[in-house]
Design a protein around this ligand. Structure first.
Ligand code: T6T
Length: 328
């Protein structure tokens, strides 16, 4: 994370709740208003209207309903602590019983999340997490370091014994999940002497930036043989970049996540593999942990959900991991 982003994140702490109303975006069909009972939950995803978080929301809503709770979703327009902080501030004013949150920065979101905790609101981390483990009651996510290793092994298998350079396209520094994916990838790819890791480039979670980083790297690194894109937008952009350069398939692309676009790109050969998560279960488990924490039940500090490597060959069997664009 750049200093600028950290500073904007901190500056946003001072933002008034009026801003929260202006910045809040709804993911899918959320309902609910201010809560005065103890059965009111809020989900704060990393960004609005994105299939990973929509799938998480679907899982959380179904489980909340089954347990007799209500849940509303309020999402930032950008994956950025400066956008997410005023949403937390606004949610705090309504005092829900618990908040499920995907912090957009592992440090900058600590202060606003601590305000929730200090006000007696239970906090559960879903997907991303803070470095400070004292704020949330529970964290539910994929084992992202393992996911990075799986991406490296998958890429190495696709490349076989050919030699060449490999690139990681990452989102923003300070995102716990994608930082861990790069770490796992870097460690694992070192086991393949035919592959030379040229390092990571940041895309700010923006598909257009990812596409242009691919075309620039193809010019500077002519022996580029593989790319690992650490999340959905970065992967979708990398597929576009390879297409624009006429390099689809010549450079093996392993992406993370399984959005409808990524899945159709896997089918048509723009990706060679996807590492899919299980966001619906992250949402479901998030509700379960929040309820356990509220009712004195047994709370699990860390829960790891499924990760699978999907290729064109096994995609029909793995379709339950494809992400949704809406809950219906
Ligand atoms: O990859 C997911 C999520 O796990 C990550 O923390 C942020 O990006 C996604 O939401 C996909 O865009």
């Amino acid at each position: 994370m750049t200093d600028t982003r950290r500073i904007t994140g901190l500056a946003a702490l001072a933002a008034v709740s009026l801003l929260a109303t202006a910045c809040a975006g709804q993911v899918g069909q959320s309902s609910g208003s201010s809560s005065s009972d103890n059965k009111s939950l809020v989900l704060i995803p990393g960004i609005t209207a994105e299939p990973f978080y929509i799938s998480m929301q679907c899982g959380a809503e179904a489980e909340a309903k089954a347990k007799g709770y209500t849940i509303k979703t309020q999402a930032p327009q950008k994956f950025d602590p400066a956008d997410q902080t005023p949403i937390v501030t606004g949610v705090l004013a309504n005092k829900p019983a618990a908040v499920l949150i995907a912090p957009t920065d592992d440090k900058a979101m600590a202060a606003p999340m601590k305000q929730l905790k200090d006000a007696g609101v239970k906090v559960v981390e879903v997907d991303t997490s803070l470095q400070d483990t004292s704020i949330s009651a529970s964290s539910i996510s994929s084992n992202n370091e393992q996911g990075g290793k799986l991406a490296a092994d998958t890429l190495a298998k696709l490349v076989g014994d050919k030699k060449g350079s490999v690139l990681v396209l990452n989102t923003t520094a300070g995102t716990s999940t994608t930082d861990a994916r790069e770490k796992g990838f870097k460690e694992e790819i070192a086991k393949y002497p035919n592959l030379s890791y040229v390092g990571q480039q940041y895309t700010d979670n923006d598909a257009a930036q990812s596409a242009s980083k691919v075309t620039a790297t193809l010019s500077s690194t002519p022996d580029l043989i593989g790319i690992f894109a650490t999340n959905l937008n970065t992967g979708e952009g990398a597929a576009t970049g390879l297409r624009t350069a006429g390099k689809t398939g010549a450079v093996n692309l392993v992406g993370f996540d399984a959005s409808p676009k990524e899945v159709s790109d896997l089918k048509d050969g723009s990706f060679q593999a996807l590492i899919a998560q299980d966001p619906a279960t992250i949402g479901k488990d998030g509700v379960d942990q929040a309820v356990a924490s509220l009712t004195g039940g047994s709370v699990t500090r860390n829960i790891a959900t499924d990760l699978v490597s999907i290729t064109k060959d096994n995609m029909d069997q793995q379709s339950k991991y494809f992400y949704k664009s809406s809950c219906s």
